[in-house]
Design a protein around this ligand. Structure first.
Ligand code: URP
Ligand code: ZN
Ligand code: ZN
Length: 471
């Protein structure tokens, strides 16, 4: 099938220009002026912007967590992603204790295979590092996996110790695998949580008060120190605060192969939101917790200045009415996580680009190009150039929309409800096929492909400096 997108404004991380985009089958075949293709299906993009489909490298679909399951599966979560202009996501496989990494991967392939409508890949979160698991890290690229994750928090469930972190970093480096960390000091947090509960401090606000920013800063610095000793690439997930950011900035100034993301929600909400009337604060419980306004301003500046490389969602929804309530009498039992996969691109565009904090090219870098380069999808996803997959979102920047209470996620609240945005993705293509057209979902379960990703090394290291058109 041939598709020709006519008269649009094409945006990449390296430039913005008027052009037609010709798609042959699943790939971008040509970009140029006044392109013709006799039998092509024409999409008229006059007055609109053609952006690379978003890549969300931090999602938790159908994940067992906090005594329950995240409420979006690969069907509902991916439909929500598509309506938000996201065409690829990387989800976290969680190694069940005692299971091999291959077994864990099989489990997640089973969750995704028949439901996927957009393309996806997996990171593997290691929770139980035996000698054989250590050896298995080297085999991950054969499974198309080029990133592992270690949790330095969630003591007693997902948390690993420093020995595990240090050894895994070395093996991952040798295998061309990126190590990702959830950087909070879980041991100290556990003490604070127990003390708070014993003192009868049980409301949602105590989630934030027992996870202070210093403990994120400490864990971030510790992970960076170990990665530098191992000369291993490191990616800090969901960075929230100044204490952690300064560690990343210093490491990057030293030339260390360290990158970090923040997530959309940390730019919009603060710790005060956990103190809302009644039990409303539970809707805002995620880890690390929301911080202060001054942290948000630093995060925005770091996104502009390239101290932060990516904005992802950490999409991990739970129903307020039936899941967040597990912690009604005790904040420590509230499942940690919030929805956002559908909103990421629109609210970031509104506050980031329309708000004058960075330009549209930087928006593309943060939401698509850098994620692709860091996670082994360079040359295939994350930009608009001949040979790339035709994953595209055609945005109408003249549309004003107020975000509603529910969207396409399987969840009963939306933190962004009531926010007005100017600019929405109207038509979304995955590998040349239109899957969203206005409010119609045209995708199909099973169309989404598992992405076998390249080893991480050269391309990831260059993200610090590279930004050429089409790259
Ligand atoms: O609260 C969060 N972030 N839940 C998802 C798991 C994680 O820590 O990323
Ligand atoms: Zn985390
Ligand atoms: Zn997460």
């Amino acid at each position: 099938m041939t598709t020709l997108i006519k008269n649009g404004t094409v945006v990449t991380s390296g430039g913005t220009y008027s052009a037609d985009v010709l798609i042959e089958g699943e790939k971008i075949a040509a970009i140029g002026q006044s392109l013709e293709a006799g039998d092509a299906e024409i999409i008229d993009a006059r007055g609109k912007h053609v952006l690379p489909g978003g890549i969300d490298v931090h999602t938790h679909l159908d994940m067992p967590f906090g005594g329950t399951m995240s409420s979006d599966d690969f069907a509902s979560g991916q439909v929500a992603a598509a309506f938000g202009g996201t065409t690829t996501h990387l989800d976290f496989v969680i190694q069940p204790r005692g299971a091999s990494l291959a077994q864990a991967l099989d489990l997640w392939h089973g969750k995704a295979r028949d439901k996927a409508a957009i393309d996806y890949g997996f990171h593997v979160a290691i929770t139980d590092l035996t000698e054989s698991i250590l050896d298995e890290i080297a085999t991950l690229p054969e499974h198309g996996v080029s990133s592992i994750k270690l949790f330095l928090a969630y003591k007693g469930t997902l948390q690993v110790d420093d020995t595990t972190l240090f050894r895994a970093l070395g093996r991952a480096r040798d295998a061309g695998v990126m190590t990702m960390v959830h950087a909070e000091n879980g041991d100290a947090i556990e003490v604070l949580v127990r003390e708070a509960v014993a003192a009868g401090n049980l409301a949602p606000i105590h989630h934030a008060l027992t996870r202070p920013p210093q403990l994120e800063g400490e864990a971030t610095g510790r992970a960076i120190a170990m990665a530098e000793v191992q000369d291993a690439p490191l990616y800090i997930v969901h960075l929230t605060c100044e204490d952690a950011l300064v560690r990343v900035q210093e490491a990057r100034q030293r030339g260390a192969p360290v990158w970090a993301e923040t997530c959309t929600q940390y730019l919009f909400f603060t710790k005060d939101d956990l103190d809302r009337e009644g039990f409303e604060g539970a809707k805002y419980v995620c880890s690390p917790p929301f911080r202060e306004g001054k942290d948000q301003e630093l995060l925005w500046a770091a996104l502009r200045d390239d101290d932060l490389s990516v904005v992802s969602t950490d999409h991990c929804p739970f129903y307020y009415s039936s899941q967040k309530t597990l912690g009604r009498d005790d904040f420590s039992q509230i499942p940690n996580g919030i929805p956002g996969i559908e909103d990421r691109m629109m609210v970031l565009h509104e506050a980031g680009v329309n708000g004058g904090r960075f330009d549209l090219e930087r928006f593309v870098a943060l939401t698509a190009t850098n994620p692709a380069k860091l996670f082994g999808l360079a040359g295939r996803k994350g930009s608009i150039a001949p040979g790339f997959d035709a994953d595209l979102a055609i945005w109408d920047m003249n549309v004003e929309r107020t975000i509603g209470l529910t969207n396409h996620s399987a969840v009963d609240y939306n933190l962004y409800e009531g926010m007005t945005v100017h600019g929405v993705p109207e038509t979304v293509l995955v590998r040349g096929r239109v899957i969203v057209d206005g409010d119609r979902f045209l995708g199909r379960s099973g169309y989404g492909q598992y992405l076998r990703r390249e080893r991480v090394g050269g391309a990831a290291r260059q993200v610090l400096t590279v930004g050429s058109p089409g790259s």
